[in-house]
Design a protein around this ligand. Structure first.
Ligand code: ADP
Length: 488
């Protein structure tokens, strides 16, 4: 699939330190999850390279932070224009290494690029404050200054957007970055970095350390332990988030964490049934269920339960599973064998505890790499099932029945996670009551998709710290400095 790129020079396989492509000692393979075929071998960089990238970023910092906001804005805008100009190629690279259907991949390119556009604009609005004085011979000011060298460790499910959502606000604020992309999807990250160079982002301002799973752990330790790195942003599992948080404690590093979710999707009796079915499908089956905001648990009220289950199952039966490069496919492969095993474990556990399979339930072993799972729906799910507690991160929709509004709220909140939540209701009082009662960072009401660049994305409880996107997305990359000027 990569031989069809319009601009083959976007296919980079080395890391990027101080504006130079770095081959490294070893290499690691990147595979196409749809076919299992090797796509490329990529530089397997390690702790010394991470140190070099941090040093390069530190050297680049003074000149980057003293550029005017408008100068940084113009460079970011050029990067955005190049990302969009190469949307097709970036989409192809993404589908090849990540598996999501090509139209969805191109959609992510536009979504990922939109953060660069947004923060190019926000770069010009990092305003300070003047405060009323408490004494007439003083003046009180607040500056917002770049925090310093930033590190970003990113996941494979959004190979571009999870990078730009962190890197664009950092660069806008005047901070250089060291990126450690997911080992399963480094090619999209490197192509984006190549376009950043073409846009004129100076050497050392944006560095990429590619590494396999083992070296990623070692590189992560260096990024966390460094005194020069003042901020770490991570998107990935809660488990790894906890490790990184502990590793950042000795240097009291500022952290942005976007971790696991366990999103509830509640359908009340007064919901618009067709709209709820559409929203449920969009929310569950985007990226074959591999997003942290995908609905994990469907709670449907008794009065509408049978109708919803029937319509939703019919909708899921229309899903087309296959290689993401094939026309009409809307369900690609899962990222790796472990992902398939987890979905199967959740489905089997639900069935063993009394759930009724309506659609799917099995792995499609005869298709491509064998990493495809049938879009699956079960009814009669109960709270003792694994799928009630753990994030499945795959194409499995368990449907639970509930009676009262309070029951739904209690069930939805009975988790240590608090990222996205969704509910369908036409009752204006209920919309406010339930929105306020849900312990989540984001609530979708009568919608199944809610992310965009100018809204604050993030979670509460063990789903993370901080918000990405929107004007709040700059906050983690600036420090507030109070100036008290006397003798006026
Ligand atoms: P996922 O559940 O999305 O696979 P992970 O949390 O395992 O997420 O991985 C997300 C990112 O974190 C990847 O870039 C991966 O290489 C990196 N990573 C995983 N474990 C560690 C670790 N112990 N230290 C640093 N980075 C890690």
């Amino acid at each position: 699939p990569l031989s069809l790129l319009r601009d083959p020079s976007l296919l980079k396989t080395d890391g990027l330190i101080d504006g130079q492509w770095v081959t490294g000692g070893g290499r690691f393979d990147v595979h196409d999850p749809a076919t299992g075929r090797k796509l490329a071998d990529v530089a397997n960089l390690g702790p010394q390279d991470a140190e070099a990238a941090i040093a390069a970023a530190d050297r680049a910092w003074p000149a980057w932070r003293t550029k005017t906001a408008k100068e940084r804005s113009i460079l970011l805008r050029k990067w955005y224009d190049l990302l969009m100009a190469h949307q097709d190629d970036l989409g192809r690279i993404m589908t090849a290494e990540q598996g999501k259907p090509l139209p969805e991949a191109k959609g992510e390119v536009a979504y990922g690029a939109s953060f660069v556009e947004w923060f190019a604009e926000e770069a010009k609005r990092i305003n300070g404050e003047t405060l009323p004085q408490f004494d007439n011979n003083r003046r009180l000011l607040v500056l917002r200054q770049p925090i310093g060298v930033c590190a970003a460790i990113t996941p494979w499910n959004f190979p571009l957007a999870m990078i730009t959502r962190k890197v664009a606000p950092a660069l806008a604020a005047g901070c250089p970055v060291v990126i450690k992309p997911a080992e399963l999807t480094p090619l999209t990250a490197l192509a984006a970095a190549e376009l950043a160079l073409r846009a004129g982002i100076p050497p050392g301002v944006l560095n990429v350390i590619t590494a396999d799973a083992a070296q990623s752990v070692a590189v992560g330790k260096v990024l966390c332990a460094s005194d020069v790195v003042r901020h770490l942003s991570f998107t990935g599992s809660t488990e790894v988030g906890r490790i990184l948080m502990a590793q950042c404690a000795p240097t009291v590093k500022k952290l942005s964490l976007e971790l696991g979710g366990n999103a509830p999707f509640i359908v009340f009796d007064d919901a618009d049934l067709d709209s709820a079915v559409e929203g449920a499908f969009a929310s569950k089956y985007r990226n074959a269920g591999q997003t942290c905001v995908c609905s994990n648990r469907f709670y449907v009220q008794d009065g509408i339960y049978d109708a919803f289950v029937e319509k939703f199952a019919a909708k899921v039966r229309t899903a087309r599973v296959g290689n993401g490069f094939e026309d009409g496919v809307n369900q690609g492969p899962l990222i790796e064998p472990a992902a398939i095993e987890k979905v199967q474990r959740h489905v089997d556990d639900a069935v063993a505890k009394g759930a009724r399979v309506l659609v799917g339930g099995r792995r499609l072993a005869q298709l491509g790499s064998g990493q495809f799972f049938e879009p699956t729906v079960v009814a009669d799910a109960t709270a003792d099932m694994l799928c009630a507690r753990e994030e499945t991160f795959g194409p499995f929709a368990p449907i639970f029945r509930f009676q009262t509004e309070q029951d739904a709220i209690d069930a939805a909140n009975a988790t240590e996670f608090g990222l996205a939540s969704y509910f369908y209701s036409r009752d204006v009082g209920r919309i406010f009551r339930v929105s306020e009662a849900l312990e989540y960072g984001m609530v979708g009401i009568n919608v199944g998709i809610l992310a965009t660049e100018h809204v604050p994305f993030g979670g509460v409880k063990q789903s993370g710290l901080g918000r990405e996107g929107s004007h709040h997305g700059i906050d983690d990359y600036v420090e507030i400095k109070y100036l008290c000027v006397g003798d006026i």
